[in-house]
Ligand binder design. Sequence first.
Ligand code: PHE
Ligand code: CO
Length: 277
Amino acid sequence: MAGQTDHALRGDYSQMRPDYTVLQDYSRYTPTEQDLWKRLYARQSALVPSFACDEFIEILGALNFGAGIPHFDAINAKLFPATGWTLVAVPGLLPDDVFFTHLANRRFPVSVWLRSPEEFEYIVEPDIFHDFFGHVPLLFNKVFADYLEAYGKGGVKAKGLDALDYLARLYWYTVEFGLIQTPKGLRTYGAGTLSSAGELPYCIQSPKPNRIKFDLLRVMQSRYKIDTFQETYFVIDSFQQLFDATAPDFTPHYVRLKQQADIAANAVITDDKLVKL
Ligand code: PHE
Ligand code: CO
């Protein structure tokens, strides 16, 4: 995940380069961490066939990184030829402008540290398991990869227009928690759901949350919560739809959004097209 946090960050930011990247230093991972990785991977990959979109399922199977914490270099040797993206190792969450600049240049920041065994069920801050399992597979998809680059460029621009909060919501409700309609039914492509044992079935099966057809302005108007399962998910029909809907210049959108009130994370409004289970 990206974005602001109000507690102290967990990573070690003392050794980083000016662009916030670090060495992965693979020897630092302990046997306990390797074991935790295998358990996290085994549990999530068993859920994926029922709840993830096909694009994710296929690439996850081909990459097959469940035997231990992945080496970024080994994945980059496959990823760069596929879509021109490169994983870069980082200490943890990044300042917005640093994060956007990496994305705009097709570099995806992945945190180097792994959660503790006590956080097997739930973690708020993105660790290497979330970043890797949740985000890396779809970087192999050409349309999604182009969307993320465009998002990074849009971020640099939004900062100048004082509109970062709006753009952050788009990331949250697509890249982190987006659902997609598929021939197999409703599935998820959002990294925050894909890396969570609880929320992966929940986002698809629970009758509790709202599921609303994706609408760009509606998404950017909507607040979100970072420490509970989501109360609302937005549903796209295809990655191409997402790419096309976000291609136009957002400058007039930001002007409009600033004149309107935000929408609460759990609200449904009259214009919403609800997706029924
Ligand atoms: N079209 C957006 C803009 O002009 C950039 C963008 C693309 C933002 C894709 C998000 C996702 O700001
Ligand atoms: Co994430």
